[in-house]
Design a protein around this ligand. Sequence first.
Ligand SMILES: [Zn+2]
Length: 217
Amino acid sequence: MRLEIYRSKRRTLSVGIAPDGEGYVVRAPAGLSEEYIKDFIENKKDALAKMRERIIHRQTFFAPYENFEKLSFLGIDYQIVKQNGLKKAVLHENTVYVDGKNAQKQLKNFLRLAAAEILPKLTDECCKKHSLGFRSLAVRSYKGKWGSCSKDIDIVLNYKLAMLEPPLIEYVIIHELCHAFHMDHSKLFWLKLSKYLPEARKLNKKLKIYTPFCRLF
Ligand SMILES: [Zn+2]
């Protein structure tokens, strides 16, 4: 394993795993000896190995999506087959056919169109079911979050939500709707959210796993 040491005025030592899983990333106080750092790593060996396993699993999991070999649509995996001359992405059985030269663009349009249809419908359903409301709803693109809500309850949902399984989409919608009561993520907010969705914390944890999907398009 590589050892990348970044020294600064900080007082504490922290060790993590490099994004490629092949090195330790160390943030250390300026004067700390390399020997001390190595001992520290040795003592935390098991926890660091677990951390590395998680990173490598994540990379293996996301690679087929990042290489546009697979598309997740509503939580179901579709094999991507590239064919030249296709005007738009076509979904058939467990395959999505796209033009070889425009794969990414066509998949993006496919998700955008699907999201424009699905998200307002699901939002209305959630509102009816839980007697919640909003002022406006827009579907846009975000790279690092699934949705947002203004203090006037103008909700924006990320079109890439169309990649996720419906329970996760509903979680995001109800999460945003609950910002009508609390604009933060305080205990009170979670209490309110859990009233509508008892599994909210669990769903939030699961949702975080899929954040790399936001960066695909
Ligand atoms: Zn929030």
